[in-house]
Design a binder for this molecule. Structure first.
Ligand code: F6P
Length: 538
């Protein structure tokens, strides 16, 4: 609980509540002036709000945030304990207070030894796992690891969901240009039978290796899919005694994985201090290492490490992740915005919005603070998006003329040196144009239907190229933005209790769908009852 102050009327306020109240008061009027007015009044605006962070530049100057309001934002970050949170995370302290764990994903990419507070150093186990991943993936990639029938592995089937899939899927697609030409990576997450039917059409048992990635080894979809694939392999003639040649596993539960039939040599551990949505840098990243190789995977780690160093040392006013978090906080208070769009102007980054949805919404979609009290302020925004230029032909209408303000993160990739193709020019031109159009609007027409209000905020994040290093940096930037926002909101960004209820309810409904003779519970809501009855009639 932060320091307290008793107001004249007897109300007890903590420093956090005080600074949030002050910030809310500033936000009530601070969002009034236009962004163009701010550019005119603040000649140093662009310089103050463009932040360099490893291979990234982050331009916040087109946010509706007056420089004069930064002081109240920094004061709030201070009162909320942002610095303390940052230091505790890097110290491996138990900051995930409801699961009594550290959130130590920075240790997965650190170059110096990292020690879990109150425990031992973790770097040797991290490096040992990376070395095992390196050796094992090299054997698969160069053909030394063979299937039961002696055939090379040509297809990897990554079975997992949520944080065990979204990072590998995003990065394998984003870095396809530097992937092994003869090793295809497929992903199976959904329990929908159609998902497996679709992917199995392009697979051959003897040349397929499935990686089962599950921190808990208890996620229903993943275990069901893994079981289906095991049956498929057996039906395809893989002798049970040879099955282990077609499986690898990544989990905290080696006991369950060995019981499933995996070999020790293809089993990679995951520490419990790695959150699922923060786990790409761990053995969860094995599908990516298979795709791009261990050296390129090291580049991804190095990119994230460069942002870690920036985040750990940069003062808040030059700290890109912290400033992204403060802008989110400001927009929720000053503009009442409840969503944030992420629009990568890069087809290769098409999965970035989905990845950032889990990272940010599973982290900060909370309504109880770290003391267990219900919050009376906005917390994490809804994160959504699609790549540009596609998005311009679907929801940009609402961004330009809709009544609600939806701040946008534009993610652009600088082109390789040399002449730009016409398509490359068009892509960049559209990315820049949309931010400019949202800023300026269109007031020329007398027809109100054609006018755009403009003054719509956006951030532009520019990658110097799309490489493992810049991608690692981008994802670490958002990890630290997410954690920073959680500290500024006094919520725990590292647990996800909200996902358990749906799983429990699904078990009950599953039993009712599986056995039509079972009576529906008397207290079941009328809608679910009617839908089950209708489905039963099928
Ligand atoms: O149910 C949500 C969740 O726990 C995510 O946090 C996690 O990334 C995903 O499910 C998969 O969990 P596991 O890796 O344990 O299968």
């Amino acid at each position: 609980m932060s320091a307290e102050r008793v107001l004249p009327d007897g109300e007890v306020r903590t420093a956090f509540q005080e600074s949030l109240a002050a910030l809310r008061e500033r936000a009530r009027t601070g969002g009034a002036c236009t962004i163009m007015e701010l550019f005119a009044r603040e000649p140093e605006r662009l310089a103050r709000l463009t932040l360099e962070c490893g291979p990234l530049s982050v331009d916040l100057s087109r946010q509706r945030l007056p420089l004069a309001e930064l002081a109240s934002l920094f004061a709030h970050a201070d009162a909320a304990g942002w610095q303390a949170g940052r230091e505790r995370m890097f110290a491996g302290e138990t900051i995930n207070i409801t699961e009594h764990r550290a959130a130590f994903h920075v240790a997965l990419r650190a170059s110096n030894p990292m020690t879990l507070a109150g425990d031992g150093e973790v770097t040797s186990e991290v490096r040992e796992t990376l070395q095992r991943m390196r050796e094992w993936s090299a054997a698969v990639r160069d053909g030394r690891h063979r299937g039961a029938g002696g055939e090379r592995i040509t297809d990897i089937l990554a079975i997992g969901i949520g944080g065990s899939a979204l990072g590998p899927k995003l990065t394998c697609e984003a870095l396809a240009s530097c992937a092994h030409p003869d090793l295809r990576i497929h992903f199976l997450a959904n329990i929908d039978p159609a998902a497996w039917q679709s992917v199995r059409q392009v697979l051959k048992c003897r040349s397929t290796l499935a990686i089962i990635s599950s921190k808990t080894w208890s996620t229903a979809e993943t275990i069901a899919n893994a079981t289906t694939v095991r049956e498929w392999l057996i039906a395809g003639g893989i002798p049970p005694a040879e099955l282990h040649r077609h499986f690898a596993g990544v989990t905290t539960r080696a006991d369950r994985a060995l019981e499933f039939g995996l070999a020790h040599s293809a089993l990679f551990p995951l520490a419990d201090w790695v959150g699922g949505r923060y786990s790409l840098w761990s053995a969860i990243g094995l599908p990516l290492m298979l795709a791009i190789g261990a050296d390129a995977f090291d580049e991804l780690l190095a990119g994230a490490r460069s942002v870690d160093e920036h985040f750990r040392t940069a003062p808040i006013e030059r700290n890109a992740p912290a400033m992204l978090a403060l802008v989110s906080l400001w927009n929720s208070l000053a503009l009442g915005s409840q969503t944030e769009a992420v629009i990568p102007y890069s087809a290769a980054l098409r999965r970035l919005p989905a990845y950032l949805q889990q990272l940010q919404m599973e982290s900060n979609g909370k309504s109880v603070d770290i003391d267990g009290a219900t919050v009376d302020y906005p917390t994490g925004a809804v994160i959504w998006g699609e790549p540009g230029t596609d998005a311009q032909h679907s929801f940009f209408q609402a961004l330009h003329q809709g009544p609600a303000i939806q701040p946008v993160d534009f993610v652009l990739v600088a082109p390789a040196p040399g002449p730009l193709s016409q398509a490359g020019v068009m892509l960049l031109a559209n990315g820049l144009a949309q931010a400019e159009a949202l800023l300026r609007g269109d007031h020329e027409s007398d027809d109100p239907h054609r006018r755009c209000p403009g003054n719509r905020p956006s951030t532009t994040i520019l990658l110097d190229a799309l490489t493992p290093r810049s991608l690692g940096a981008l994802l670490a930037l958002y990890e630290h933005k997410t954690a920073s926002l959680g500290w500024m909101l006094r919520i725990n960004s590292f647990d996800q209790w909200g996902v358990e209820l749906g799983k429990r309810v699904a078990l009950g409904i599953g039993a009712l769908l599986a056995d039509p003779a079972l009576a529906l519970p008397a207290d079941m809501d009328p809608s679910t009852s009617a839908l089950i009855a209708r489905l039963r009639r099928r």
